[in-house]
Design a protein around this ligand. Structure first.
Ligand SMILES: *Cc1c(COP(=O)(O)O)cnc(C)c1O
Length: 385
């Protein structure tokens, strides 16, 4: 028996279940994506405002960034020689926007989420996490030595009950509640105002909220659901990514300066990985400055999202979404793949999402709308569903 048979069998199993994944080559131009010579509207990307696809922005950025500042590598961690001015400029921009709070940058949202909890949570820490948090936070919890209990998805009554049960346990010195604001797969959202009100009843609690899908998209200035619900100052660990609506790469944390210093001293993905190229910092800052005033795009996206959610419900599907991430939950993986192929043939690039990304028997089409989509195109898509 070859050493590879074991792995080949695993792959066969995935194929039988319709859950086998592979890369596909693609060519992208503006809002369009071309795969196997077929040109489709891209409704699977996380470029929610259409800024990553915008060639004018790129041109403007390179025009105003002299070659002397186009560093394509930082050549070390920020603790060695990697702390270029571009890093501090971006942190200052974020601090300014987020009410003067401290900011720390990371190489990606994934690095951020696998690094923060192991650095802050020890065996006297209890982590209470929403059942549907992103894999990166689950990996962070696993890498920590904290005790870990999940609460039912978006069930704040269940969370309150667990807090009541564990809060006065003398073995537990702190409790970190971990959730997302807008959830990746269902497109539904946590009631952040209610979550903050709960936290305020329990002295040992810190809140950790991931705004990966909300930054750029929600709030008057695009600072996320925390801005929309006026709770920026009440969330202890407010995180997000630049890789989605912000058309760049990297993660950020808004926190207290003590937490920032603690992470600089203890967080392994920050200490032991080469910092992002300074040019990425400069680009993120360039985009961030613009995003603050793109409220017209945010409104258009919100309007289209609402129309699509309503249309899906009218067709008899359950639609948990209250955001621009709109799932059509079909259940069976093979059926879902078939439907997504039909939509692709009709010119809409919509991908199936299957286990283990989502729970068993909840395979779905995941439509991720972007602000460049026009109403007529949306109507056409709705007719095809
Ligand atoms: C995409 C995502 C991440 C990972 O961010 P990257 O910058 O892509 O590594 C983290 N959390 C959530 C909720 C996400 O959706």
């Amino acid at each position: 028996m070859s050493m590879l048979d074991h792995y080949a069998e695993q792959l066969d199993e995935l194929k039988t279940q319709g859950n086998f994944r592979q890369f596909r080559s693609n060519i992208q131009t503006d809002r369009w994506i071309e795969i196997d010579k077929q040109r489709m509207l891209n409704l699977s990307s996380n470029d929610y405002l259409g800024l990553a696809a915008n060639t004018q922005l790129r041109e403007q950025f390179f025009d105003e960034t002299p070659n002397s500042q186009r560093w394509m590598s930082s050549s070390s961690s920020r603790l060695l020689t990697g702390n270029f001015p571009a890093y501090e400029l971006l942190e200052q921009s974020l601090t300014h926007a987020f009410h003067g709070r401290a900011v720390l940058l990371f190489n990606s949202g994934y690095h951020m989420n696998i690094g923060i909890l192991p650095a802050l949570a020890d065996s006297k820490t209890l982590i209470l996490a929403d059942k549907l948090i992103h894999a990166s936070m689950i990996d962070g919890i696993r890498l920590s030595t904290a005790k870990y209990v999940r609460y039912r998805h978006n069930d704040l009554a269940h969370l309150t009950q667990l807090l009541g049960r564990y809060h006065d346990d003398i073995e537990i010195e702190r409790i970190i509640v971990v959730t997302e604001s807008i959830f990746s797969m269902d497109g539904d959202e946590t009631d952040l105002a209610a979550l903050v009100a709960i936290k305020q009843q329990f002295a040992k609690v810190m809140l950790y909220v991931d705004e990966a899908h909300a930054i750029g998209v929600r709030g008057e200035q695009g600072l996320g659901c925390a801005e929309q619900y006026s709770v920026i100052d009440q969330i202890d660990l407010l995180v997000g990514t630049f890789g989605k609506a912000l058309a760049s790469i990297g993660g950020y944390l808004i926190c207290h300066p003590i937490i920032r210093d603690c992470l600089i001293n203890k967080m392994r993905p920050l200490i032991f990985s080469t910092a992002q190229p300074p040019i990425c910092m400069a680009w993120t800052n360039f985009i961030f400055q613009r995003v603050l005033s793109l409220n017209h795009l945010r409104s258009h996206l919100a309007q289209m999202s609402k129309s699509l959610q309503q249309a899906i419900q009218a067709k008899g599907f359950t639609c948990p979404s209250s955001s621009h991430i709109v799932p059509v939950i079909i259940g069976d993986s093979l059926k879902t793949v078939k439907k997504s192929k039909a939509l692709q043939q009709a010119g809409f690039y919509i991908m199936p999402v299957r286990p283990p990304t989502v729970p068993q028997h909840s395979s779905r089409l995941r439509i991720s709308l972007n602000a460049q989509l026009q109403s007529a195109e949306l109507e056409q898509l709705i007719a095809l569903l």
